[in-house]
Design a protein around this ligand. Structure first.
Ligand code: HEC
Length: 142
């Protein structure tokens, strides 16, 4: 009985985070600010560049690995795994800034509201170069 409950709990835990289909926005909607990406660039130079070149995280390699997934997945990955020698040592705001920087080096547009350092909110943003209908309308109105 206990085992069944534990199994159910584990399965539940595995079934979150929310799948990408539930994303309501796309990274082409302008989901981070320029200042945030600037902060992310400085953090990247300081904490990541010893192992990674920015080019490794842009263009085709980035597309094939991350397009269609959510920003929540990318943010969660960075928080859990990076910097590889010291994972989890940065604040959520810093991981959000790094995520914003990765959007910028992939040509995603900036917006007026910074990316929230909040995993649930980030899971609702799909990594994509195509804006959602709502996002496209917002930028047309501007
Ligand atoms: C000590 C070296 C090292 C440092 C420092 C480091 N990484 Fe990594 N990173 C790696 C290695 C090795 C992998 C591949 C891990 C794997 O495939 O399991 C990786 C994988 C990644 C990936 C996933 C692969 C991809 O191309 O999308 C991302 C994103 C990433 N790192 C971002 C960062 C960021 C952002 C930082 C700075 C906060 C950072 N890394 C710091 C070594 C490092």
């Amino acid at each position: 009985m206990i085992r069944t409950i534990i199994l159910a709990v584990v399965l539940l835990a595995l079934s979150s985070p929310a799948p990408a289909q539930e994303a309501t926005r796309s990274t082409a909607d302008g989901v981070y600010t320029r200042q945030q990406a600037d902060a992310g660039r400085d953090l990247f130079a300081y904490a990541c560049q010893s192992c990674h070149a920015p080019t490794q995280h842009s263009g085709a390699p980035f597309q094939s690995k991350w397009f269609g997934r959510t920003l929540g997945e990318l943010f969660g990955y960075l928080r859990r795994e990076m910097p590889q020698t010291d994972p989890g040592t940065m604040s959520d705001e810093e991981y959000a800034a790094l995520t914003a920087y990765m959007m910028r080096i992939n040509g995603m547009p900036t917006g007026s509201v910074p990316l929230a350092a909040d995993s649930a909110a980030l899971h609702r943003i799909r990594i994509d170069s195509v804006p959602t209908t709502a996002g496209a309308q917002r930028s047309r109105r501007r």
